[in-house]
Design a protein around this ligand. Structure first.
Ligand SMILES: Nc1ncnc2c1ncn2[C@@H]1O[C@H](COP(=O)(O)OP(=O)(O)OP(=O)(O)O)[C@@H](O)[C@H]1O
Length: 263
């Protein structure tokens, strides 16, 4: 970890977090502490509450109850301090469609208060590394799904945040670009910064993350160093299935009408 990084202050501290949508309790009392300088994976089945949790942690959604601190600052009492220190690539990212990728980064950088020369330098480097240089003058509305993820990631990294939150960052991204993104993120965490990302892809989480939080039905089922969460299971996938109780779920054998035979 880099000298001078926030060693004792966790990157994220969540206490008693709750969120209900009508009858649906999406997040049911989450307590979580994520150490700084880690590559953290937040995993869980569909509807587990990952996106709702990340939205509350990043100040996009107000919790019903509970407190969140990011690098020691309360998200809801000191939102400006938190937002200056984080980068977010949310699910269903909304971008300014009528700007080119280059213009979008220019605009984001100025909003972040960076000097124009610095914005230009960082934008050019990010576009280059993420293989978007050739498309930098295209309007964002004409970008593919993967290109949108990449320009969103560039915008989230531009101000060199202390903590980067990514919701399904690899969805729709081709394998070559995924490898590039991995490289960028590994370099970023090696310098003491923290990445928190949600994913369904266990192999990816297992190969990238050194810290994992498993969520199911609005609660944290396990969290800690990857090896600890995996325990004696042969893979994170297996540990995950055991933790979320999916092993007993009705198997596809019930669908005996599916496939050959009578229609
Ligand atoms: N705005 C909303 N209004 C009503 N219900 C919601 C809303 N957002 C989330 N939910 C519900 O809260 C629960 C948790 O949803 P959430 O999107 O946080 O899960 P997730 O773990 O991110 O799922 P996935 O992996 O499928 O993206 C689900 O039951 C979902 O239907």
């Amino acid at each position: 970890m880099a000298e001078g990084a926030v060693v004792d202050v966790p990157a994220v501290r969540v206490r008693g977090l709750w969120k209900r949508f009508g009858e649906q309790i999406a997040v049911a009392g989450v307590d979580l502490e994520l150490p700084a300088g880690r590559f953290v994976g937040l995993v869980g089945p569909n509807g587990a509450g990952k996106t709702t949790t990340l939205s509350m942690v990043t100040g996009l959604l107000r919790p019903d109850q509970g407190a969140v601190e990011v690098v020691g600052h309360d998200v809801w009492q000191d939102p400006v301090a938190v937002k200056a220190r984080i980068g977010v690539l949310p699910e269903g990212l909304r971008l300014f469609e009528r700007l080119s990728g280059r213009e979008l980064l220019g605009y984001t950088g100025r909003l972040r208060g960076l000097p124009g020369v610095e914005v230009d330098k960082r934008a050019a480097q990010l576009l280059d590394v993420l293989d978007l240089a050739g498309a930098q003058h295209k309007l964002v509305v004409d970008y593919s799904t993967g290109m949108r993820k990449k320009i969103g990631l560039a915008a989230a990294l531009l101000h060199n945040p202390e903590v980067l939150f990514l919701d399904e960052p690899f969805e729709g991204v081709d394998p070559v670009s995924a490898q590039t993104i991995r490289g960028v993120l590994e370099r970023y965490t090696a310098s003491g910064a923290t990445v928190v990302f949600s994913s369904h892809v266990m192999e990816l989480v297992e190969s990238l993350c050194d810290w994992v939080a498993v969520m199911a039905a609005g609660r944290i089922r396990a969290h800690g160093p990857l090896a600890e969460v995996r325990g004696s299971a042969p893979s994170l996938q297996q540990a995950f299935l055991e933790l979320v109780g999916a092993n007993g779920r009705a198997a596809a054998t019930d669908l005996d009408w599916l496939g050959g035979g009578a229609r």
